[in-house]
Design a protein around this ligand. Sequence first.
Ligand SMILES: *Cc1c(COP(=O)(O)O)cnc(C)c1O
Length: 377
Amino acid sequence: MIMDAMLNNLLRRLHSESKNSIGYPVSRDFDYSALAPFLEVAINNIGDPFLEGTYHLETHAMEREVLDFYARVFRAEPNQYWGYVTNGGSESNLYGLYLARELYPKGMVYYSESTHYSVQKNIHLLNMPSIAIRSQENGEIDYDDLYQTILLNRQQPVIMLINVGTTMTEAIDDLNRIREILRKLAIHHFYIHVDGALAGAYAAWLDPKPTFDFADGVDSIAISGHKFIGSPFPCGVVLTKKQHRDRIARSISYINNLDTTISGSRNGHAPLFLWYTLSQLGEAGMQQRLKHSQRMATYLLTQLRLMGIQAWKNEGAITVVFPAPSKIIRDKWQLATDNGQSHVICMPHVSYKQLDAFLADMKAVPVTKSQEIAVSV
Ligand SMILES: *Cc1c(COP(=O)(O)O)cnc(C)c1O
């Protein structure tokens, strides 16, 4: 059978590529075989997860449990939060910015230049005015530049997009310092959205714990589901205050009563898969996975430095950054590269064995200055 052969080849290729995948933040330590029977059902979570619709092939109850899990972790006020399972971190960010724009149509969006590329596109889609702020070497926003820039635009409400784990270096913007800036400039109208696509899913268990959640005063948080939690397909979560969602639910009630999500039809398997992992692991299991990732990152960092490579990482991060190695290594290990820097992200499935194989390759093909320079941005 030609189709059988094609499927077998594809599966073999995916499994084989999967072995060397240490450059992108995608967890692979999952086993969803128990959920296979659910592939026989046409599930669709259309509509608001907190409301009953006329389509009954849905997993809204599991979706609410996923939201409830992270609402607790993010210290949202019980019954005062809202959210839904999205198609990924990008949609979650789009949603947060959308709520911000509805609250402050004249607001100015500020984000660091280390921010994920999808955010600029979202801002463009929403037609919002925005200013990119300089980043520090480690990928964290430059607070002086932020202060000076807001100072020049004091008449406008501030829509602040903060990173909890930037894409390249897993830097975390310091919300305390940003709030201090807003206080100094007497900005009373502001909205804070957290892009926690990668690190938001585990930031609550970092020690020291960053300031980034609802009790710290943020308005919405975006995380990806397929990154740290792990899922065979992309998905994400967005959480916000119920009051923000009520505003947009009202404003478009003419068209369709409580059409509160961006997509109409929504993936009904994603909430089921996320629920499955979160229920099995609980907070303790998630914390353990983070500890493992951090151990792997520290090991990799130490070994690279012993080899004389100028590797570094942000405190608590599971992303190890180093000068881009040769193209052979970047291809084999699927290393994302930007500005002459590559990174390995020690997701929970990454093992000593895998890192040792990578380190052996790094030893065999050392970095040369010319290779560093040859890497395009
Ligand atoms: C991955 C990522 C995104 C985009 O999330 P998707 O789930 O890929 O849509 C946004 N911001 C950051 C910091 C990311 O790492």
